[in-house]
Structures are given as structure tokens and as C-alpha cells.
Ligand binder design. Structure first.
Ligand SMILES: Nc1ncnc2c1ncn2[C@@H]1O[C@H](COP(=O)(O)OP(=O)(O)OP(=O)(O)O)[C@@H](O)[C@H]1O
Ligand SMILES: [Mg+2]
Length: 378
């Protein structure tokens, strides 16, 4: 029997829990061609949520595009990724599809390739990398709106991990072109998603950036406790496991309701208890140790990248473990031997940029509960 708790990849269908309120809100936004900026810390479920939303609106006949900027590293790969989505949108027989693509993207030469052993046709694009890309971007950024007009269907275009654009579009050239086109599109909803809060804020809240005030801000929170508990209980029970609400509440408590960690803990528990098929509160602590083992490499990577002062500060904050702690107070600085308040300020700025900490009303909090626990064990 397959483990019903999925982690580390997009969750779909029955493996996807709740989010009904968020789905309804995003569907409304898309229906009214509202632009939306969705952000949350890593692994809260942005991609899973938006793909679920796209599935549903596609079933209602809308045109949907999803472009993941995580793997995009240059203007060229961006053009290729965007154009591939436009091609996919065309669907239909290959000949008709190619003709339509030529009309929409006259400056790109489509090339049909076969992927893998299966007859899986995909369209790739060729262009002269030295050519002036201005006109090419005009075609590209108009393509979805044109299709929307031609078909009379509303459209939605999602850019996942949008903050990555700042890495290669250094002068903001693409950003400006996108805005110029997108703002005219009345039947298209553009959705920008990202997990680096400070970069997303820079892109959408800074007056000097092209996308300033371009859409509605949609911070994605965790999954509500009750709904998540119901989902967990159902999956354990449907696979023949006995459990009780107490144990499930403890799992959620230990994982701090974090969607990824909650699923990871449940996954481990399900695996460990294949024989007995009973989940008790005591089992959870062993599962937590296994989470540390599995995540250790990721924690080491974060640790590695941080300068000494940030490390010292993090260990101090993890040990204090209170949202009320005032990291600039002389008491805290002296107790943990942290030097001057200004050096701690610099360290905090860095940790906020790296999304290791987040600012909450007045205090600072770890974005990753397990990283905090890992530090406390040091
Ligand atoms: N609605 C949900 N129901 C159940 N599990 C979920 C849900 N959303 C997220 N998860 C859990 O969190 C994990 C990460 O989800 P997803 O990749 O969608 O998040 P993300 O915010 O896009 O992450 P990243 O920051 O890495 O891009 C999933 O593998 C799953 O374990
Ligand atoms: Mg994602």
C-alpha cells in the first residue's frame, strides 16, 4: 500500500488538503481578471494551491498558463519557457498548432521535438540570440491576451518563483515590458508567486519598480488546524491505521502546522508503524529525530552560508525561544556575548533577507521550526 502522506513535491487531488477559502478567493480574482501577488515562506503550498486552482478554472474553459521561473536563468530561457506555454495553450493537431504559433510569435521559429521513448511531442523554439529582442517580447507578452480575444475565453498566467527574475533581469528591462503589455489586458489575470518576501516586496511595493501596485497582495498562511487534522485522520483511517485526535493534535503542534513538515512527520509515522498500524503520541518524538536526520543536509547548507555573527545570533534566539525576546536589549547582548547592537542589527537584516527569520509584530521568529530545534540541539 502506498504512503498517503506526500511531501517534497506538488500535491494534487486526494493528497491535497483543504485550502477551500483560498481556492474560492483566487477563482473569484481570476474570474474578474484581477492581478494577484501571492507570497508565503517556502513549502507552505503555493505551487500545489495554484495548480489546483488552474485545474479547476481550466475545467470551466479558461485558458491557463504556468511558468516556473525557478529554472529560468536568462532572457533566452525565459523566452523559451513562456513560448512553450503559449504553444501548449494552442493544443490541437500539430499542424494547426504550428500555424497558430507562427501567427502569434512570428519572430520565433518553432521546432517540434520528440521527448523520451513515448511519442510525446513538444514544441521548442529557436531564435537568434543576437537579435533585438524588443519585438519578440512584444509578440510574447501579447500572445495570451490575443488568444483570449480570439476565443472569447478569459485567461490566467501564473509566474511561480517570480522573484528569481531579479537575478538575470538586472536592469528591469523585461519587468518594464511586461508591465507595459499586461496592464492593457482586460481579460487576463496575471498571478505572481514567490517565497522571498523581501524580494517580492521590492518588486511590488517599491514606487520605482514597474510592477508597483500592480495587483492585490495575497499572503498565503498555513492550513487551518481543524481542516488539516481532519485530512490527517482520514488518510490514516482509510489506510487501516488507528489513531486519535490527541496524537494528531500533537503532530500539528510539533510541526507548528507547517504543511511540509506536517506531511513529512505523518509520512515517517505511517512508514514506521506499517506493522502495528497504531499511532500514539509517544511515537511522534522518534519521528521528529528522523526529520532531523532527513533534513540535516539542508540545515547544514543554511548554516554554511551564514557569517559568524548571524550564526551566534541564531543560536541565541533559538535557545531563548520566545517571541518576546528583544535582541537589541543590553541584557540579551551581554548574556549571549553578541557585541554591539549595530552588529546584531546587520545580522538580523541578513537573516531576514535569507528568510531564516521573519518579522512578526514586534519580534522575530524562525521561518522553519525544525531548523530552530536543530539549533537548540547544538
Ligand atoms: N494543501 C495541501 N495539502 C497537503 N499538503 C500540502 C498542501 N500544501 C502543501 N503541502 C505540503 O507541503 C509541501 C510543499 O508544497 P508546495 O511545493 O506546493 O509548496 P511551495 O510553497 O510551492 O514550496 P516551495 O517554496 O518549495 O516552492 C508538499 O509536498 C506537501 O507535503
Ligand atoms: Mg513552489
Amino acid at each position: 500500500m502506498e504512503n498517503p502522506f506526500v511531501y517534497g513535491k506538488v500535491v494534487r487531488g486526494k493528497y491535497f488538503a483543504d485550502r477551500e477559502a483560498e481556492i474560492a478567493e483566487l477563482r473569484n480574482d481570476i474570474a474578474s481578471s484581477q492581478n494577484v501577488i501571492v507570497f508565503s515562506p517556502r513549502r507552505y503550498g503555493k505551487t500545489s494551491l495554484i495548480l489546483e486552482v488552474l485545474d479547476r478554472v481550466k475545467a470551466e474553459g479558461l485558458l491557463t498558463c504556468y511558468i516556473d521561473l525557478f529554472k529560468v536563468t536568462s532572457q533566452e530561457t525565459f523566452i523559451a519557457a513562456y513560448a512553450r506555454e503559449v504553444a501548449r495553450l494552442q493544443g490541437g493537431r500539430i499542424q494547426t498548432m504550428l500555424k497558430k504559433i507562427r501567427d502569434l510569435l512570428p519572430r520565433l521559429v518553432p521546432k517540434v521535438v520528440m521527448k523520451g521513448e513515448k511519442v510525446d511531442l513538444e514544441v521548442e523554439f529557436e531564435f537568434d540570440p543576437r537579435a533585438d529582442k524588443g519585438p519578440l517580447f512584444d509578440d510574447l507578452f501579447e500572445a495570451v491576451a490575443t488568444m483570449s480575444l480570439q476565443t472569447g475565453k478569459k485567461a490566467v498566467v501564473v509566474f511561480d518563483e517570480f522573484q528569481e527574475i531579479t537575478g538575470w533581469d538586472v536592469k528591469g528591462q523585461i519587468e518594464r515590458q511586461m508591465r507595459t503589455h499586461f496592464q492593457m489586458h482586460e481579460s487576463v489575470s496575471y498571478i505572481f508567486m514567490g517565497s522571498k518576501r523581501h524580494l517580492m516586496q521590492e518588486l511590488f511595493r517599491n514606487k520605482n519598480r514597474p510592477f508597483y501596485r500592480f495587483g492585490k497582495h495575497f499572503p498565503l498562511g498555513k492550513i487551518p488546524k481543524d481542516e488539516f487534522a481532519e485530512f490527517i485522520q482520514r488518510h490514516f483511517e482509510e489506510t487501516g491505521y488507528q489513531t486519535d485526535l490527541d496524537a494528531i493534535r500533537e503532530i500539528l503542534h510539533v510541526a507548528d502546522d507547517h504543511p511540509y513538515y506536517t506531511q513529512l512527520l505523518c509520512h515517517i509515522l505511517w512508514d514506521r508503524k506499517r506493522q502495528e498500524k497504531v499511532i500514539a503520541k509517544e511515537d511522534i518524538y522518534l519521528a521528529v529525530q528522523e526529520v532531523f536526520m532527513r533534513e540535516a543536509h539542508a540545515f547544514h547548507d543554511i548554516w554554511d552560508m551564514l557569517p559568524l555573527k548571524s550564526r551566534q545570533l541564531l543560536v541565541a534566539l533559538a535557545k531563548e525561544d520566545s517571541p518576546q525576546v528583544r535582541p537589541f536589549s543590553s541584557g540579551f547582548l551581554q548574556k549571549h556575548n553578541l557585541g554591539s547592537a549595530s552588529s546584531v542589527q546587520r545580522a538580523i537584516t541578513r537573516l531576514l533577507e535569507e528568510e531564516v527569520l521573519e518579522k512578526t509584530n514586534g519580534g522575530y521568529q524562525f521561518t522553519d521550526v525544525f531548523f530552530k530545534r536543530w539549533l537548540r540541539q547544538m
